[in-house]
Design a protein around this ligand. Structure first.
Ligand code: PLP
Ligand code: TYF
Length: 397
């Protein structure tokens, strides 16, 4: 039986980290995977998370199973974070929310639910999108196609093309949208563009699936969440996955959420019951620790303030690093990469070719994706000049 298993290719992003780890050059830099690193080049343990962990440790008790849909206090806390305390959808009890295994787990639960309710639907993702979107929805049984998004010619969004592709989609098509900090390009829609997209989604009866893995990394927690409020105000039914991997630096805890916003409390109840079946038949119920940490931080006013401040500082630091890279490149004669400072979130679509990205890796030990994506959130003042030198060198050859 098992000789039928062929050797599968490594994940294009996580596989790169394996290559980076195996690289013995001390000056190597990993700009491949989307992880925020501090000035010391290490993953930060956020102060609020550290304090929450201490509190939880003091109250140690045996770990019971959580409910299938997760920790109730966690669901309440993240719903407030995502939708806002005054959200009409929450007041009407027409949102079904479950705790998930990170953002990836939320997407998979959502995909499995959609596949059951609408097996013939096509799924549209942005071109380009996070590599795992295509893989995950394909694995769930869907045909996955793309809508136009990034235009390399203008180094920005092909918005007319995007609307045209959405207008051409069949009713019932699932449309995956990055709520903020688009991965991999770093280009987000503006407020009026979101309004126009929502209009087409409604007109064409498409099913929006918002993926929000970077709330707080664009303009702010509330500012980034404004997109979600727009969808609620539109009256559309939609799915929303969130991740706290990045915003709490809790990558390994696998903590996120999936919400489905519906017309009525009755629909929410039915959808929740179906989500629970998806979860039960996959992993029964989620783990406790990540949910306890996020809930403790979000519900304690001091810890919450500390978390918001630190997340804000991370966001501003990424902006400084972007600017530092642009300035560093300019001082090396490269003046056409100023767009890096305009992009949002952890990633920069650098516009470098695959050959240049390979040269960065092999000749300089600077690891980014073949697509040109670089994780600017992994830069620091210690490696910035080295990276600028490396980019200048591959641009010159
Ligand atoms: N969605 C997007 C757009 C992402 O970039 C990521 C990155 O990790 C995820 C989902 C998955 O989040 P998690 O790591 O919490 O599974
Ligand atoms: O895009 C990234 O780098 C992050 C991390 O299969 C990630 O979103 C990458 C690949 C993957 C899971 C997470």
């Amino acid at each position: 039986l098992f000789d039928r298993a062929e050797l599968a290719p490594a994940d294009p992003i996580l596989g790169l980290t394996e290559a980076y780890n195996a690289d013995t050059r001390p000056e190597k830099v990993n700009l491949g995977v989307g992880v925020y690193l501090g000035e010391d080049g290490k993953l930060p343990l956020m102060e609020a998370v550290r304090a929450a962990e201490e509190r939880i440790t003091q109250q140690r008790r045996a770990k019971a199973y959580l409910g299938i849909d997760g920790m109730p206090a966690y669901r309440d806390a993240v719903r407030e974070l995502i939708f806002g305390a005054d959200s009409s959808a929450l007041a009407d009890a027409r949102v079904a929310t479950v705790q998930s295994l990170g953002g990836t787990g939320a997407l998979k639960i959502g995909a499995d639910l959609l596949r059951q309710l609408s097996p013939e639907a096509t799924v549209l993702i942005s071109n380009p999108s996070w590599e795992n979107h295509r893989a995950l929805f394909t694995r769930a049984g869907f045909d996955v196609e793309t809508y136009r998004y990034y235009d390399a010619g203008i180094k920005g969004i092909d918005f007319d093309g995007m609307l045209e592709d959405l207008r051409a989609a069949e009713p019932g098509t699932v449309v995956v949208l990055h709520a903020c900090c688009h991965n991999p390009t770093g280009y987000d829609l503006g407020s009026e563009q979101w309004d126009a997209v929502i209009e087409v989604l409604a007109e064409r009866q498409l099913i929006p699936f918002l993926d929000m893995a970077y709330q707080g990394f664009g303009f702010g927690i509330e500012e980034d969440g404004a997109v979600v409020a727009k969808f609620v105000d539109s009256g559309l039914n939609f799915l929303l996955s969130t991740s706290y991997s990045k915003s709490f630096s809790l990558y390994g805890e696998r903590i996120g959420s999936l919400s489905v916003v519906l017309d009525s409390a009755e629909s929410a109840k039915k959808v929740l019951s179906q989500l629970k079946i998806v979860i039960r038949t996959n992993y029964s119920n989620p783990p406790t620790e990540g949910a306890a940490l996020v809930t403790t931080v979000l519900t304690d006013p001091d810890l919450r303030q500390s978390w918001e401040d630190e997340l804000g500082a991370m966001r501003e630091r990424i902006k400084d690093l972007r600017k530092g890279l642009v300035d560093g490149l300019a001082s090396r004669g490269i003046t056409d990469m100023g767009f890096i400072a305009e992009q949002l979130g952890m990633f920069s679509y650098s516009g470098l070719t695959k050959e240049q990205m390979v040269a960065l890796r092999t000749e300089h030990g600077v690891y980014g994706l073949d697509s040109g994506r670089m994780c600017v959130a992994a830069l620091n003042t210690g490696n910035l000049d080295y990276v600028a030198d490396a980019i200048a060198a591959v641009r010159a050859s």
